[in-house]
Structure formats: C-alpha cells, structure tokens
Design a protein around this ligand. Sequence first.
Ligand code: HEC
Length: 183
Amino acid sequence: MPHSACPRSFRIFACLAASVLSLATLASAVLADGSGDPKSVSKDENGKYVDAQGNPTFHVSEDGTWDWYTYSGYRRYHSDCHVCHGPNGDGSSYAPALKDSLQKLSYADFASTIAGGRVNVTTSQNNVMPAFGNNPNVMCYLDDIFVYLRARSDGALDRVRPEKKEAKTQAYSKAEDSCMGAK
Ligand code: HEC
C-alpha cells in the first residue's frame, strides 16, 4: 500500500484540516517576519544575494564588506524616499519607518506599494505615498532599496552609509543601463 499523508477514510477531513492549519501557521510565521529569514544562500552575476525563498537580501562579509545592493539602495533611498520616510528608514511624523515596515511586508507588497502608491486620506490626516511606477530612478532600483531596508530592518546595518562594499559588476551596469533606457 503506497504511503500517503491523508489516508482514504473519513479521517481525510481531519487530516486536511490539519494540513490547512499547518499552512496557516506557516503563512503567519512568514508574515510575522516580512520576507522571512534574511540569510543569503546565493549570489547572481549582478552581485545580488537571495535568501532561501528567492527574495533579494543583504550580505556582509566578516571583514565588514557590504554587498553592492545594500550600498546602492542606501543611496537611492536617501535620494527618493528619505524626504518623507526619514533618514535611514527611521520614519518621520509624516510617513512610516520602513525599517519596521519590512518586518511584516513581503517583497511583493513592498514592490506593489511603490509602483502603485498609497493614499490614506481622512478628515484627520492626509497621508499620500506617491506612485513611482513610471519613475526609472526608483523602479530600476527597487531591489537595491529593498535590500538596504532589509539590512536596516534586521538590525545588521546601523544608521550609516555602508562604506566598505563589493564592486559594481559589469552585469549590474548593463542591466542598469538597459532599465534606464541608456544607449
Ligand atoms: C511624498 C512622501 C513620500 C515619498 C517621497 C515616499 N513615500 Fe512611501 N509612504 C508615504 C506615506 C505617507 C505612506 C503611508 C501611507 C499610508 O498611511 O497608508 C507611505 C508608505 C510606504 C510603504 C508602506 C509601508 C507600510 O508599513 O505598509 C512603503 C513600502 C513605502 N512607502 C516605500 C517608499 C519608498 C521605497 C520610497 C522611495 C522610493 C517612498 N516610499 C517614498 C510617503 C512617501
């Protein structure tokens, strides 16, 4: 008789219920932790590290060398997001601390909020997150900004510019040029 997690009997319902429950537990564990464990498992030719889920993540070597994306994200964040979200992802009276948001936001939610923006206007507040979907200075660097904020969210990177960093790869420059529409 082949092994099956759910035997063919009335117990199938109990078994299915148990699977649904464990899925729900898994989902809430992931939700509680944003994109999950930030530990990097591999690196691509652009110099981008990813975690076990395939989400972009940061990487810092024992000698304090940061990955290129964390450095690049630091710069992009401070040119396009800082004005509302405060320096270093720390938040302001106007917009939330993104270093905290990443504790619960998945990569997909992060990306869609930036592309589409968000309006939260009531009689007592007028909070508007602009849509950046048509802004290549932001959209071409979405992963960079995500990786930087993930490093802040995890507590791996302090309120500082990551000075010591890996070199920008040729593959990264090529992808950047094509995204920015350069010849
Ligand atoms: C003009 C001000 C402004 C700028 C510039 C801005 N944001 Fe926002 N952002 C906001 C506001 C306000 C909110 C909260 C909206 C709400 O209350 O729902 C927000 C919300 C967000 C959220 C959702 C946070 C959460 O906890 O759910 C993300 C993610 C985000 N912004 C990312 C960015 C990134 C990345 C940039 C830079 C590329 C950026 N924002 C630039 C004003 C701004």
